[in-house]
Write a protein that binds this ligand. Structure first.
Ligand SMILES: Cc1cc2nc3c(=O)[nH]c(=O)nc-3n(C[C@H](O)[C@H](O)[C@H](O)COP(=O)(O)OP(=O)(O)OC[C@H]3O[C@@H](n4cnc5c(N)ncnc54)[C@H](O)[C@@H]3O)c2cc1C
Length: 465
């Protein structure tokens, strides 16, 4: 990196907050995307860590005037290579922008600096606020609120509460030119012109840098119960999801998990799943305002599951039991990581989820590749881990692109989308270009060039190279 650039950045944020040596920048080059499919990062980079919106604005003005690409980086938990530099770049880490963490009880909102992590938000609410909570759990707890908004993250609780887009009420954004915008606020309704804030949500760091987010909170429930429901026939498990959703009970989460997923979660945690038999499971989390309400919901859901082929019902009502189950579910990703080619997160309409899971299994069988499927069945977003176990690298690399194309074609046929929550980032740009219509691409490129006329903000991600 040009020494003048390094010196220019040091003059803005101070010498301690600029990293330019190759060892020091290494932890900033990648995210959690599988290395099997993520292109190698460009190494000619400098990391800058501004402390507030004003410093971000100065860094952006400097980059704009000197025509240097900028890659925004939050917690680095993304699964689409969104933080991976593909040109000589300034990596702008938001890790120091985390002073503000404020709850406004009157408006049921919380306002946080962009670098505050999901874990810190949950801890703050747990310790300080008795009656309100943030009902989403939209990612790894190391993800930042800026990253969650930038990715429009979803998570298991979308069944009942939706995704980040439904929660973000306001934000502060720095544009590629260095201009600062305050979008939205704490109001509930707002139709004053085109909604620029909603363009920023899900823009994956390509339109502006989010430095502060105001988001909604909800009344805290009395408690939760978790049902673990085994099935011998995986199709029956997944076919139970729409009847549950039609029953009038809206669970906090309905997760579908195949046996291999449970085994991977057990391996990663050292914990034991509470039910022994079963080829596939539903994990259904219910929340209620009283014990009676939870019991009545549990009975209703259990009845539906039994009527659709469940072989047993396990009810976890203590916090400890539920945490153990959730831990196994959360660490399936860790347990499968080494054998996984990549994580696919296709989303389909709820009525098609059984067909999607079933047909995907057949696609895997056709190529001789095991695809472990688990995740957010309640909102049509079952994740897929195609495993490379038993193949030489050159073997799976040869057929895998065709297998993936077949899965995406299946999603399209079922009226679905190629990514429901992990985003396009660097790794799905080509897929997006062939998935959307020419007109959609033209409009998206037009929006990008309006916000970022020199294409300096996170180049190569989403729609523009
Ligand atoms: C174990 C695990 C579980 C996960 N579970 C889920 C899940 O259930 N649901 C889900 O949706 N995702 C999930 N994720 C993915 C990930 O947690 C989310 O995508 C999250 O939103 C990324 O936040 P981050 O702060 O880590 O962003 P990063 O990885 O740092 O960045 C992601 C993208 O956002 C941009 N960005 C980051 N911060 C900003 C900012 N302040 N302003 C502008 N752009 C910014 C980056 O440039 C990049 O393009 C999971 C990941 C892991 C590893």
């Amino acid at each position: 990196m040009d020494p003048k650039v390094i010196e220019g950045l040091k003059s803005i944020v101070g010498p301690n907050y600029v990293i330019s040596d190759p060892e020091g920048v290494k932890p900033y080059l990648l995210d959690e995307t599988s290395k099997n499919i993520c292109p190698e990062p460009f190494l000619d980079v400098v990391v800058v860590k501004p402390k507030n919106t004003e410093e971000v604005s100065k860094v952006m003005k400097f980059a704009y005037n000197n025509e240097i690409p900028v890659v925004p980086r939050g917690g680095g938990t993304g699964l689409a290579g969104g933080v991976v530099p593909i040109k000589p770049s300034i990596i702008l880490s938001l890790e120091r922008i985390k002073e503000k963490i404020e709850v406004d009880k009157g408006n049921l909102t919380m306002t946080c600096d962009a670098g505050v992590t999901l874990g810190e938000i949950l801890e703050h609410l747990e310790k300080n606020i008795e009656d309100l909570w943030f009902p989403l759990h939209p990612g790894d707890e190391g993800a930042t609120i800026g990253g969650l908004a930038a990715c429009n993250a979803g998570g298991a609780r979308a069944v009942k509460y939706g995704v980040m887009r439904n929660y973000v009420a306001g934000m502060t954004v720095v544009l590629p030119t260095g201009e600062v915008l305050r979008l939205g606020g704490k109001m509930v309704k707002n139709v004053t012109g085109y909604n620029l804030m909603h363009l920023l949500i899900g823009s994956e760091g390509t339109l502006g840098i989010i430095t502060e987010v105001t988001f909604r909170l909800r009344p805290k429930p009395w408690g939760t119960y978790t049902l673990v429901v085994p099935y011998e026939d995986p199709n029956k498990a997944i076919e139970t999801v729409p009847p549950i959703l039609r029953s009038g009970v809206i669970p906090l989460a309905i997760e579908y998990i195949e046996k291999e997923g449970i085994e991977a979660g057990e391996k990663a945690t050292g914990e034991k799943w509470p039910v022994k038999e079963g080829q596939a499971f539903l994990m259904i989390v219910l929340e209620g305002m009283s014990e009676e309400e939870l019991l009545s919901m549990s009975e209703k859901v259990a009845e539906i599951c039994q009527g659709h082929g469940a072989t047993d019902i396990f009810l976890a009502d203590t916090r400890r039991q539920q945490e153990r189950i959730l831990k196994i579910r959360s660490l399936i990703y860790e347990g499968l990581k080494d054998e996984t080619v990549e994580i696919l997160d296709v989303g389909v309409p709820i009525a098609s989820i059984a067909e999607f899971v079933n047909e995907s299994r057949k696609i895997g069988e056709k190529y001789g590749m095991k695809i472990v499927q688990y995740g957010h069945a309640g909102d049509g977003n079952v994740h897929q881990h195609p495993l490379k176990t038993g193949f030489k690298e050159e073997e799976w690399r040869e057929f895998y692109p065709d297998l993936k194309k077949e899965i995406f074609a299946l999603a399209r046929r079922l009226g679905g989308t190629l990514t429901a929550e992990h985003g396009i980032g660097l790794i799905k740009r080509e897929d997006l270009l062939s998935y959307l219509s020419e007109e959609e691409i033209r409009l998206m490129k037009g929006i990008k060039s309006l916000f970022d006329p020199k294409n300096l903000l996170n180049p190569g991600k989403v729609v523009v190279l």
